[in-house]
Design a protein around this ligand. Structure first.
Ligand SMILES: [Zn+2]
Ligand SMILES: [Zn+2]
Ligand SMILES: [Zn+2]
Length: 328
């Protein structure tokens, strides 16, 4: 496997060069008692106890390899590099049948704490420019193992969409000396039409130009560029966990299937040729989670030549989500 860059769009594509053989397990490799099926855990809570609550392990079929360096090389106008990086699984609970949205507030906060701890740790590695935390729920969203889990990847490049966000945030800041997402938060709080839920710390809303029905962003109302710094305390982890749980329950009232992805600041300590690259990043970038539901049948969404078509307008989606969720 190697990474190839599309010279037109600048996005990196993972290229498989050998046939993938699916390994089969007779039992769930993430369930308690099956720990010997997976590599040595990189994070366990509680630590040193006979039973665990949250566990992070290297992925059983990793997309990225931890050894060596990227070996960036050119082939004419094309760029390629090794798939160096990390790929981990966050096992969210010992119970095989307990989805994240049904877990206790404390357990969800422990999952958030595991994310924070792994992002901090992986950012110490200067080969990695970006750490992604994501969660696919449901087979049509690409969930491969049934056991409730999230995934973390560390990559030698910044993913394309995050790159776009960083560039437009920087442009906005240069013109207005304000954070773009803070401005969006301000506007959403005035209009309220797309608000799903808001409390003193966090806001969830359906973005103005939602790509798919019920697309929802979850973010801190106070500016912060870095997820792992902003949510470093147990109190913040608990409050965010509670908020996330409520949003997931609302979304699950319309669809059980979704992608959730964290967008946070890249690794500013990574090795790079460009020194002044992240000059205003702390002021202009604003971390957030994006949830992209996968809706079967009725609401068709598709992208035509990269133009998204969404049949449900975000104002209607937000209203449905405000009604749905807790207690329904
Ligand atoms: Zn299991
Ligand atoms: Zn901001
Ligand atoms: Zn984003």
């Amino acid at each position: 496997m190697e990474l190839r860059r599309d010279p037109i769009t600048q996005s990196w594509v993972m290229q498989e060069d050998e046939e993938v053989i699916e390994s089969q397990y007779g039992v769930c490799p993430l369930c308690p008692g099956q720990e010997s099926l997976s590599p040595q855990a990189v994070y366990v809570h509680p630590y040193g106890q006979p039973t665990w609550q949250v566990r992070v392990i290297p992925h059983l079929r990793p997309l990225y390899r931890i050894e060596g360096d990227a070996q960036r090389r050119a082939q004419g106008i094309y760029d390629r590099m090794r798939n160096v990086g990390a790929h981990e699984i966050v096992v969210e609970h010992p119970d095989h049948h307990l989805p994240l949205s049904q877990q206790s507030d404390e357990n969800i906060a422990q999952v958030i704490r595991a994310y924070v701890s792994r992002v901090v740790d992986l950012k110490k590695d200067r080969r990695f420019r970006y750490i992604t935390v994501f969660r696919n729920q449901g087979a049509t969203a690409g969930q491969d193992l049934e056991h409730p889990h999230s995934q973390i990847t560390a990559t030698p490049f910044v993913p394309r969409r995050v790159g776009y966000e960083i560039r437009s945030s920087e442009q906005h800041f240069r013109l207005k000396e304000r954070c773009l997402i803070c401005d969006v938060v301000g506007q959403e709080e005035v209009e309220q039409a797309r608000t799903v839920e808001v409390n003193e710390l966090f806001l969830a809303f359906c973005p103005f130009a939602s790509r798919v029905p019920y697309e929802t962003w979850i973010l801190p109302r106070q500016h912060h560029w870095s997820f792992e710094e902003d949510l470093s305390s147990w109190d913040r982890q608990l409050r965010f966990g509670r908020f996330l749980k409520s949003i997931l329950q609302r979304l699950e009232s319309v669809t059980p299937t979704y992608h959730l992805v964290l967008h946070t600041s890249p690794n500013v300590h990574a090795k790079s040729e460009r020194v002044d690259q992240w000059k205003s990043l702390a002021e202009d970038y604003h971390w957030h989670f994006e949830v992209l539901p996968v809706i079967p049948s009725r609401y068709k969404s598709y992208s035509l030549k990269e133009v998204y078509y969404n049949s449900l307008c975000p104002e209607v989606a937000a209203e449905a989500l405000r009604r749905g969720g807790v207690g329904t």
